[in-house]
Design a binder for this molecule. Structure first.
Ligand SMILES: Nc1nc2c(ncn2[C@@H]2O[C@H](COP(=O)(O)OP(=O)(O)OP(=O)(O)O)[C@@H](O)[C@H]2O)c(=O)[nH]1
Ligand SMILES: [Mg+2]
Length: 366
């Protein structure tokens, strides 16, 4: 099953919640975490920490690496998975054609295709609702939200824990009227409310897997994609005198400072994510869904450490160099404030439409 939906809608959180529900009630589920970039993907490490059977597909969207996708699916099947969830990057559309129709065409009868799902965040939905809320993102992004919903076999309004019953009804009514014929459900992937009902629907329905014209590749699509840049970095922080410190405070400061710098320069970040593992099952995972949003800890470290390896991913609507500069200065400020030294083991930064991306960001084959 492909899980689509805009950046930060809750795809990763939903796939973990679905898998846990399936593991308890149906059989074995697995997650194939997908994101752009060579490696050091927050969602892959976060998913693996959830205890669900996990693998990852990096480098490019699952849309453009069919053989690798089939290979990974088969590996998970051999490990006992009966249901496999994968997501596509939150700026993406087109997986109905590129994944479902291709699987049907090239591996006929080999995989059953569950409903193509779009998870939607109730606040971001307001961008395309009649009020046309301005959340500080370029207005061209509205095209992607609409196209992702139009592509889905099932729409799930997520994060209902944040809504009053009236707000939830308004959104469900808007979705039902705007995407007639597409079932709409609601849940909170975070609290678990409604998750089992969505899973029951998914387990008893299949995708029609028929092409839909959603404007993939259109001018509006390109105008939206052009705004995005991706940034992935792994940094090792070490307290210079070997003292144990609270790295939750360090990562919170990193977020504050990146957020401030982007805001000052007129950029935004629909999803800034960080994951750092401590010892055993201890880890910290943080998300920021825009420069004006609160910093959300999915989990904090239980313990203090002298050193930690941090993965930072930004999915920004800002120039790639601006994001890189904001991360650099945030890391320098944290070093000075907490007496840290840092070493960067991996960094990559690219605009979505930059030269080279057409080849999945890999070196030119020409
Ligand atoms: N309140 C609330 N927060 C949620 C819910 N589901 C997800 N979140 C939070 O929303 C943020 C983004 O969730 P993710 O699951 O990472 O979103 P995503 O769609 O996978 O994001 P990308 O992969 O970057 O596109 C995290 O801070 C989650 O904890 C929910 O049901 N309720
Ligand atoms: Mg995700």
């Amino acid at each position: 099953m492909v899980t689509s939906g805009f950046l930060g809608a809750g795809k990763t959180t939903s796939m973990i919640a679905f898998s846990q529900s399936i593991n308890l009630r149906y059989g074995k589920a697995a997650i194939l975490a997908n994101d752009l970039g060579a490696r050091n993907i927050v969602d892959a490490d976060y998913t693996a920490a959830s205890g669900v059977l996990t693998d990852q597909i990096t480098g490019d969207c699952i849309c453009y690496q069919h053989e690798n996708l089939v290979d990974k699916l088969n590996q998970l099947v051999r490990q006992g998975a009966g249901v496999i969830f994968s997501d596509i990057p939150g700026c993406g559309v087109g997986a109905l054609d590129h994944v479902y129709l291709e699987l049907d065409r090239r591996e006929p009868g080999e995989f059953a295709l569950m409903p193509f799902l779009c998870v939607v965040d109730p606040e971001r939905l307001e961008i395309i609702m009649p009020q046309r809320a301005d959340l500080g993102f370029p207005e061209e992004l509205g095209f992607l939200l609409d196209a992702q919903l139009a592509e889905a076999d099932l729409i799930v309004l997520n994060k209902i824990d944040l809504l009053t019953p009236r707000e939830r009804e308004q959104r469900l009514e808007f979705l039902a009227a705007s995407y007639p014929g597409t079932p709409v459900m609601s849940m909170s992937a975070l609290t678990g409310k409604g998750v089992d009902s969505v899973v029951d629907y998914l387990m008893t329905h299949t995708s029609a897997a028929v092409h839909r014209d959603i404007g993939y590749g259109s001018d509006a699509f390109l105008a939206a994609e052009r705004h995005f840049s991706w940034y992935n970095r792994r940094v090792f922080f070490e307290e210079k005198e070997g003292k144990d410190i609270n790295f939750n405070a360090v990562v919170e400061d990193l977020f504050q400072s990146i957020r401030q710098e982007l805001r000052d320069k007129g950029g935004n970040v629909p999803h800034l994510k960080l994951f750092a593992a401590g010892e055993g099952a201890d880890y910290v995972k943080v998300s920021l869904l825009g420069v004006d949003c609160p910093i959300q800890f999915s989990r904090r470290l239980d313990r203090s450490y002298t050193a930690i390896s941090v993965i930072l991913n930004a999915r920004a609507t800002a120039d790639a160099q601006l994001v890189a500069a904001a991360a650099d200065s945030a890391i320098q400020a944290a070093e000075a404030k907490y007496g840290l030294s840092s070493r960067t083991f991996f960094v990559e930064s690219f605009g979505m439409m930059e030269e080279g991306r057409a080849n999945g960001g890999r070196a030119s084959r020409y």
